[in-house]
Design a protein around this ligand. Sequence first.
Ligand SMILES: C[S@@+](CC[C@H](N)C(=O)[O-])C[C@H]1O[C@@H](n2cnc3c(N)ncnc32)[C@H](O)[C@@H]1O
Length: 404
Amino acid sequence: MTWANFCLRHFYEYIDMNMDNEWKWIQKALGNRSLMPFVEFMALALYHPVNGYYVTQAMNIGARGDFYTSPHLSPLFGECLARQVIDCWEIMGQPIAFELIEMGAGQGILAADILQAIAQICPKLSEHLTYSIIERSQSLKLAQRHHLAAWGSIVQWREWETIEPASIQGCFISNELVDAFPVHQVVWQDQALQEVYVGLDGDRVKEELGPLSTPELQEYFDRLGINFEHYPDGYRTEVNLNATDWIQTLANRLHQGYVLTIDYGYSADRYYNTRRTSGTLQCYYQHQTNSNPYLNIGLQDITAHVDFTTLAKRGEDAELTALGLTQQAYFLMALGLGDRIAALSQTETQNIQEINDRLQTRAALHKLIDPTGLGNFYILIQSKNLSTTESSRSLRGLTIPERF
Ligand SMILES: C[S@@+](CC[C@H](N)C(=O)[O-])C[C@H]1O[C@@H](n2cnc3c(N)ncnc32)[C@H](O)[C@@H]1O
């Protein structure tokens, strides 16, 4: 082989390795199958070890990326959560060992804000606190280590596999984790519940319907008492079996304490309403939304709303008591956000820079409680192994609970 041929061959190998078109990595994942369930496609698009969205893009959550989350708007989101965590710790009788476990921590912004607020508001809890993170994305783990370096050994990274059953005393929290779990898609067509499969037609992604890939999908609806016979033909929706596995794993590891799950979603009767005919799948690309998961594969986030009824019910099967579901706006207002907004409006200053800063902060706080946006997110709070007196004490953030 000549030197020129050698270089050319390696150049093409390099291109092949690094410039994989999305259809090539889908083809590799299909192997000798012609189709894969949608859930597998979504897992690839988000978490493929080389090309997945949470491997290559998610470090940019925020202004430079595709979407904002609440912690990116203001540290007061973390402060309100910290107040709720302190409340939980006090109800539990201020235990000496208290572990806060955040799952899916993004760039670590919320973790830093919560740690900072607890140190300021309740130094006594700070002394006893361990902050653990369970994170799937290696690149986000790196970003978290960088952002949280100043907190030293208070922060640690853990894996489910190394956490003993019934070993955690404390609080599990997550913000926009469950909507990032890959979901199954199903369609009620020709009087049968069918599943969405994904394959390739040349270099284009195609969808086909087929039989359910697992009986768990039908069981999911049976448990909710949903019978599709009266649903319109072509009705499409999502099922998050990863969320049901997750709540059971988490309940198994918790000995005593609370679970706070923040996300967008609905109770099952609203989620699986006959009028929501095309499901809840949403994609985010450069701060624009679309509902086509086959666009910008690996470059756009794909999410599905959360069925909070199932999270609460499956949690109850695993000994978690569902204490309440409330909207983010009510939760944050009950934990002091309203007072902070009011304080920002009261100033005698004539300094333009200060006035502009206050207006900007106030606008960000309004976004956190906007009923057409983040304010319409929900917080599900569950508990485990609390005494009757402890469970009867109401939580500060749950002043306006909804049914689930
Ligand atoms: C939409 S981001 C939210 C990030 C952060 N909580 C925030 O509010 O900015 C979803 C996060 O969950 C992580 N994630 C997704 N699936 C996960 C899993 N099974 N276990 C742990 N983390 C996961 C992602 O890598 C990412 O950090």
